[in-house]
Design a protein around this ligand. Structure first.
Ligand code: CTP
Ligand code: MG
Length: 240
């Protein structure tokens, strides 16, 4: 499945969600790692896991957290589905690599940042459906609203890419498990998982993303997420 955009044969096997939650949240600037900061009273990592469970599309969830928070993460995650906690790494790619290693029987991976805590279950289910339709790499994408420019090291503009061809990419990102394993076999750094898959020459399919899957990065994002939850009916935590 390299030079084509069409679906191949579906790989089959369990769908394992990998939830990178081992970052420090430096830009958010709270007193604890970001995934453990509450939105609407619930830690982000719990919201992200609940979204995965509610999608009905996931067989197992593996959450990667900072070493010192393995026990507390276990206590705040639901018991009603197969959820495991493992130690993450220094960089996001290290955390994802730890998750991959913990799931040797996976047929598909959905890699989903805890920081995208409000990603709707429907988005997660749509990514999974495309994997089962035979697409080996699937990412949610939204049109870019800002004009994007490239700059040189001095901050002087060097170009203005055509906005119509640009997309902002979200998570969950879905992959046939063997493909993600192959992508992570090398040590090349990348800002997202699909970037590593692209290097293998495999076509990455985009589907329409969801504004609610925005990444909580800066303090303003946290206020936005709190406001969204204050106006959304969600099942009470602990009911899953
Ligand atoms: N992440 C991870 N392991 C790391 C770094 C990041 O699992 N070593 C996770 C984060 O917990 C987050 C996701 O990857 O859910 C996206 O990363 P980002 O938004 O950059 O979160 P942080 O690294 O925590 O934030 P910052 O870069 O501001 O410190
Ligand atoms: Mg980071």
């Amino acid at each position: 499945m390299s030079e084509t955009d069409g679906p191949g044969r579906s790989a089959g096997g369990p769908v394992v969600a990998l939830v990178p939650a081992a970052g420090r949240g430096v830009r958010l600037g709270e007193d604890k790692p970001k995934a453990f900061v509450a939105v609407g009273g619930t830690p982000m990592v719990r919201l992200a896991v609940d979204g995965l469970i509610d999608s009905g599309a996931v067989d197992e969830i593996i959450v990667m957290v900072p070493a010192e928070l393995v026990e507390s993460a276990g206590a705040l995650l639901p018991l009603s589905c197969s959820v495991r906690v493992v130690v993450g790494g220094a960089e996001r790619t290290d955390s994802v690599r730890a998750g991959i290693a913990a799931a040797p029987d996976a047929g598909y991976f959905l890699v989903h940042d805890a920081a995208r805590a409000l990603a709707p279950p429907d988005l997660i289910a749509r990514v999974s459906a495309e994997l089962h339709a035979g697409y080996p790499a699937v990412v949610p994408a939204l049109p870019v609203v800002d004009t994007v420019k490239t700059v040189n090291p001095d901050g002087v503009v060097t170009g203005t890419p055509d906005r119509a061809a640009l997309r902002a990419i979200q998570t969950p990102q879905g992959f046939a498990a063997d493909l993600l394993r192959a992508a992570y076999a090398s040590d090349v750094p990348a800002t997202d998982d699909a970037g590593l898959v692209e290097r293998l020459g495999v076509a990455v399919r985009t589907i329409l993303g969801d504004p609610l899957a925005f990444k909580i990065t800066n303090p303003l994002d946290l206020r936005l997420a709190d406001a969204v939850l204050a106006h959304t009916e969600t099942p009470a935590v602990g009911t899953r």
